[in-house]
Structure formats: structure tokens, C-alpha cells
Design a protein around this ligand. Structure first.
Ligand code: OGA
Ligand code: NI
Length: 347
């Protein structure tokens, strides 16, 4: 049954909350460092890659840049990615409007069941976790679009149109990146496309309300993404941190750039050449923050395994074969943990 104040958005509305409820308080050894290394320190900042050069004579250089970023950071930012700024503005606007709708309208989409293809929920997995996270989120499946669009929220009225346009363009971008990443591994351009079955695409709309005690909790604690690659859009409020050389590095927002990160399935296909890196979101006292990751993934029935071309005497297969459905179930049923789910599938 849906009771009120399940969602953080409703708990904090009115702005009178001075202390966070005890279920959000992390153990003293597991609290965020709100002054991480700044991404402006040149040696630790994630690479910024201009995708314009992927066409024409700059292609092989750009593919090398992408390959080094995947190997050394697991993360990069991209500009000139071809997604119009107006679509990005529309998407962030409709996300804000969604979380500002009256509680009874939002609650129509509420569910705790991670197998549902559209649902609004809070924290990460309220059924399995011991400590809650300072986040509400809407998650939905978006590929093949015609299978899912009619299940999406019909309010705000432009939601389906804005999100359809956005996710179709982001899928095009994901396919271009997968070609470039295949080539960067020395594989044929279409290799990853063929290795992930019928493909899947999910989106999350993360809403992190202002938090009266941000030093005691996380928006999302450190985790690796279970999918293939993530294309993240964030608004202008900082909060994302990436684990690099044993330190947490802040990734400050660049307007209209996307953040791309390698997920667990890319680590598997690359036979550990590319790393699915820990990242987390911290919250702040003053401002709400919105982020919208697109999780590009294999279809549930796709059998995942290291590319044969990347297995040799020095690099034996690091993983057993498994279906993405098996992997995804394991991921959701653990608490978000610094220990990657990948360890459960090692050869
Ligand atoms: C995620 C995630 C980061 C952010 O949703 O998997 O890592 O900045 N989000 O919200
Ligand atoms: Ni993530």
C-alpha cells in the first residue's frame, strides 16, 4: 500500500526539516567527504573529448582518446555530441516538472518492485537496504520505444514527447560510441552491437532534494553501473564524484556536455581492459539536484562473455558466460556496494 511520505520529495516539502531521519545516517566510517579533489586539478580530471572529430580525418585520433579514457578513467565527458541543446533543456525542464507535481499525481507511478518497467521509487532498493539514500527516482525502459512509451507517465503533458525525442537521439549517440569503443579495442566496428543481443535502454530521472545534513548521508553511495555504458546528463548543481587513484574526484557540470562511463558489461566484453569505475552522488544543503542517466544495456537474454579476440595466453577469460538477466537480478538484490557485482561472475 502506498502511504504518504514514502518519497523524500514529500518529506522535505515545506523546508522545515532540520535533521535527517535516522535511517539516512551512515556509519561514521562511511560518510562522504564533501571536499573531494576538484576536477579542475589537471591530473585527476576526467578527459573531455570533442566528438565532432569522430567524423573525417580526426577519427583515429579521437578513437585513441576514447580508448585511453576507458582504460585509465572509465569515465569521460563529451561535447559536440550532436544532441540539440533545446532537447536537453526540454528534458531537464520536464524532469523538474515531474518531481514538482502534487504527491497524489506522482504516487500513481510508485512501486518498490525493481522488475517493473516504469516506476517511481526512492533511495535504491527499499526492500533490501539497511540505510536509505537521499534520492527519489523515476526509472523507465525506453527501447524498443513502441513497447514502452504507452506505459510512461502521461503527466506532465509533454513528458512522453520530450522523453521519446531525447531517448531516440541518445540511442543514436550510444550506437556511435559503441562503434568507436569497439574500434578502440581493436575489434570490428559492429562487434559490441552484435554482442548485446537485441539491446536495451533504460533511463533514470534522479531527484536529490536539498538535505539539512549532507555530511551524514549520500544521494547515491559508491557503486559501479551494471549495464554496458551510461550517458549521464546532470544539471548545473555539482554532486557527482568518481573514484580515481584512491581519491574521490568531483566532476563539475559543463553545460550541455554528457558524462560517459563504462559499465560492468563493457568490462566483461573487454576482458578487463576497460574498467567499470566506482562513482557516487553527494547532496547539499542549498539546492535540489537533477541527473538523468541513460543506461545502455544488453537485452535480458543476451549471453555476456569476454570477446574471443581479447583472450590469449597472457589474458585468459576473466569471466564465465552469463545472461544479462542473471546479472541484473544479482545487482538489484545486493545493497549498492563498493564490491562490484562482477566478482560474482569471475571465471
Ligand atoms: C546512477 C548514478 C550519478 C548522479 O544513477 O547510476 O551514478 O550524478 N548517478 O546522479
Ligand atoms: Ni551510477
Amino acid at each position: 500500500m502506498v502511504t504518504s511520505n514514502l518519497l523524500l520529495t514529500d518529506l522535505v516539502s515545506g523546508g522545515a526539516l532540520k535533521k535527517i531521519p535516522s535511517n539516512y545516517i551512515r556509519h561514521i566510517a562511511d560518510r562522504p567527504d564533501l571536499k573531494p579533489v576538484q576536477s579542475s586539478d589537471a591530473s585527476s580530471s576526467i578527459p573531455l573529448i570533442d566528438l565532432h572529430r569522430l567524423q573525417g580525418s580526426g577519427r583515429s585520433d579521437t578513437i585513441k582518446q576514447i580508448g585511453s579514457a576507458c582504460r585509465d578513467f572509465g569515465f569521460f565527458q563529451i561535447t559536440n555530441h550532436g544532441i540539440p541543446e533545446t532537447l536537453i533543456d526540454d528534458l531537464l525542464r520536464v524532469t523538474r516538472e515531474f518531481f514538482r507535481m502534487p504527491e497524489n499525481e506522482r504516487q500513481k507511478t510508485y512501486s518498490d518492485d525493481p522488475t517493473k518497467s516504469v516506476r517511481l521509487s526512492t533511495s535504491f532498493n527499499v526492500n533490501s537496504e539497511k540505510v536509505s539514500n537521499w534520492r527519489d527516482f523515476l526509472r523507465l525502459h525506453c527501447y524498443p520505444l513502441e513497447d514502452y512509451v504507452h506505459q510512461w507517465p502521461s503527466n506532465p503533458p509533454s513528458f512522453r514527447k520530450d522523453v521519446s525525442e531525447y531517448c531516440t537521439r541518445v540511442r543514436g549517440l550510444a550506437l556511435k560510441l559503441l562503434e568507436a569503443i569497439s574500434e578502440s579495442l581493436g575489434l570490428e566496428k559492429g562487434f559490441i552491437d552484435k554482442a548485446i543481443g537485441k539491446h536495451g535502454q533504460h533511463m533514470a530521472f534522479n531527484y536529490y532534494p536539498p538535505c539539512p545534513q549532507p555530511e551524514l548521508t549520500y544521494g547515491l553511495p559508491g557503486h559501479a553501473d551494471p549495464n554496458l555504458i551510461t550517458i549521464l546528463l546532470q544539471d548545473q548543481v555539482p554532486g557527482l564524484q568518481v573514484f580515481k587513484d584512491a581519491k574521490w574526484v568531483a566532476i563539475d557540470p559543463i553545460p550541455y556536455a554528457f558524462i560517459v562511463n563504462i559499465g560492468d558489461q563493457m568490462q566483461v566484453i573487454s576482458n578487463d581492459r576497460y574498467k567499470s569505475v566506482l562513482h557516487r552522488a553527494v547532496v547539499n544543503k542549498e539546492e535540489e539536484r537533477i541527473s538523468v542517466p541513460t543506461f545502455y544495456c544488453p537485452s535480458p537474454d543476451a549471453v555476456m562473455q569476454p570477446a574471443r579476440e581479447l583472450i590469449d595466453g597472457d589474458h585468459p577469460a576473466a569471466y564465465k558466460n552469463f545472461t544479462y538477466a542473471e546479472y541484473y537480478e544479482k545487482f538489484w538484490n545486493r545493497e549498492l556496494a563498493a564490491q562490484s557485482s562482477l566478482d560474482l561472475f569471475r571465471a
